[in-house]
Design a binder for this molecule. Structure first.
Ligand code: NAP
Length: 479
């Protein structure tokens, strides 16, 4: 069993657990209490981790597929068996309630199991070379090879499953990984790395380097020996990474201000429930969480009335209580940022229908209407428990409004009309469209990622695994 709070925490560099001169506090956002102290690595320690990962890449590449598979399967099993213990830890440093932490644990075990299955799918294919005159009597194929060292940088909101989405496919495809987890919620990453080692992963294959993103993350991003950066986080950080990375593969899972459209023939009860959980789950700190609800005129009033009634039922409070629906935001500072954006929208003419109150890191579930086009609440990702309701005349206007955003991760559409559903699918500029679900729907095996400011590339185990390999073509001239 892993004792995360009392044992002295170390960095994992070149297969060795190593202390650092500096440390930083990890706190519980609910009450500010200090949970533990973690090492804040130096730049030299990040360099040593990357140097060690070169050896790790050789070890990872040489691991036969059956061993990669067995390690990932065993990790999935351990995570599932310890779900209750791990959920208790996970719900401390991030803003998840205990029920949300349990749900993340189930998903992380699935993600690791999917990664184990993906290990045996690293196929290439044969190629018919005689496609042009002069290329006859050749036979060949392409195969897929690990990239070498993957730099993985992860955010605070799903602190275990989003790490599993990077480590799982990297290990499945025979790569070494240097992981720089979120500094505000790093405990999920620690749990996963320790569990992988316990399941038999050679320790050189994964390095764990905790500390400042702008210093250590930047070093990882700019280092010439790192072949790929797999990043999940905010647009601003994503922009900095793309500017500074140089020639290496990039996978960018960024944010959004996701829309969900409710058309006149929608099943309103279903729409209300899905949008409620999609908007306020994890206190709205979710890249595909519902931020903009676009209502066709005919259903706007009824939807609003039913939605507000359900918003009033949400129990906000102690995240460790089984009764709680919504916990705090990740910090008081983040809650103040959200408060400022809402106040700005109200000062510009938006109407507050529910919420709008802050207490420390807690921000009430908040609903607005008449949010002026172009204000920051309309354009930017709010990343908090705030939903704006918009009213439109017809489905075409709904799609235009949904697309009027610098982001394009996922959208939801509620309608019973299959033709309308497909017109929306065609028109929406998004990485995914969920019919009769909110934008918040995801299973871990599906291709996941966005267009525009929402990112580059796709996660979902198979798609991440493909990105973490390079093809090599082989051709035999038999002439
Ligand atoms: P963030 O501030 O961008 O941080 C993400 C990670 O990047 C952290 O580990 C951070 O380290 C590190 N970092 C910070 N500055 C860096 C730099 N200059 N170079 C390299 N790394 C750097 O994001 P967050 O606040 O943790 O997470 C919220 C954002 O993530 C939201 O925008 C959300 O939409 C997005 N997100 C997207 C997805 C998706 O799949 N599309 C999923 C979840 C979240 P420190 O913690 O040490 O600063």
């Amino acid at each position: 069993m892993i004792d995360i709070f009392t044992s002295e925490r170390k960095l994992l560099i070149g297969g060795e657990w190593t202390l650092s001169d500096e440390t930083f506090e990890v706190t519980d956002p609910q009450d500010g209490s200090i949970l533990t102290r973690l090492p804040a690595a130096s730049v030299a320690q990040m360099d040593a981790a990357i140097e060690g990962a070169k050896q790790g890449a050789q070890v990872a590449r040489a691991l036969p597929v059956h061993q990669r598979k067995a390690i990932l399967q065993r990790t999935a099993q351990l995570v599932a068996e310890r779900a209750e213990q791990y959920a208790g830890i996970l719900s401390r440093d991030c803003s998840k309630t205990i029920r949300e932490a349990r749900a993340e644990l189930r998903r992380a075990a699935d993600t690791l199991q999917l990664s184990a299955e993906e290990a045996s799918r690293g196929h290439g294919e044969t190629i018919p070379f005689d496609q042009r005159p002069g290329a006859e009597r050749r036979i060949g194929y392409y195969d897929r090879f690990p990239l070498g060292i993957i730099g993985a940088i992860t955010p605070f909101n799903d602190p275990l499953n989003l790490v599993a989405h990077k480590l799982g496919p990297a290990i499945a495809t025979g790569n070494a990984v240097v992981l720089k987890p979120s500094s505000v919620a790093p405990l999920g990453a620690l749990l996963l790395v320790e569990t992988l080692l316990e399941a038999g992963l050679p320790p050189q294959v994964v390095s764990l380097v905790t500390g400042s993103g702008s210093v250590l993350g930047d070093r990882l991003v700019t280092h010439p020996d790192v072949a790929m950066i797999s990043f999940t986080g905010g647009l601003e950080t994503g922009l900095s990474i793309t500017r500074r990375a140089g020639i290496k593969k990039l996978a960018m899972e960024l944010g959004s201000n996701s829309p969900t459209i409710v058309l006149r023939d929608a099943d309103l009860e279903r729409a209300v429930e899905a949008i409620l959980s999609g908007a306020f789950g994890n206190a709205g700190q979710n890249c595909l969480g519902v931020q903009r609800v676009i209502l066709e005129d005919e259903v706007a009033d009824e939807f609003t009335e039913r939605f507000l009634a359900r918003v009033r039922d949400i129990k906000v409070g102690d995240k460790r209580s089984e009764e709680t629906d919504m916990g705090p935001m990740i910090s008081g500072r983040e809650a103040m940022r959200v408060e400022g954006r809402v106040s700005e929208a109200v000062s510009l003419g938006a109407r507050l229908l529910a919420g709008g109150r802050r207490q420390g890191a807690f921000y009430d579930p908040t609903v607005l209407r008449d949010v002026p086009q172009g204000c920051s609440l309309d354009r930017e990702e709010i990343y908090g428990p705030v939903v704006s309701l918009y009213r439109v005349r017809d489905p075409e206007e709904a799609v235009r409004k949904a697309n009027d955003s610098p982001y394009g991760l996922q959208a939801g559409v509620f309608t019973r009309d299959i033709d309308l559903a497909f017109r929306c699918v065609q028109g929406l500029e998004m990485g995914g469209v969920m019919i009769n679900d909110s934008s918040d729907f995801r299973v871990d095996a599906m291709p996941f990622g966005g267009v525009k400011g929402s990112g580059l590339g796709r996660e979902g185990i198979r798609y991440a695994a493909e990105a973490m390999t390079e093809t090599k073509v082989v051709c035999l001239n038999l002439a």
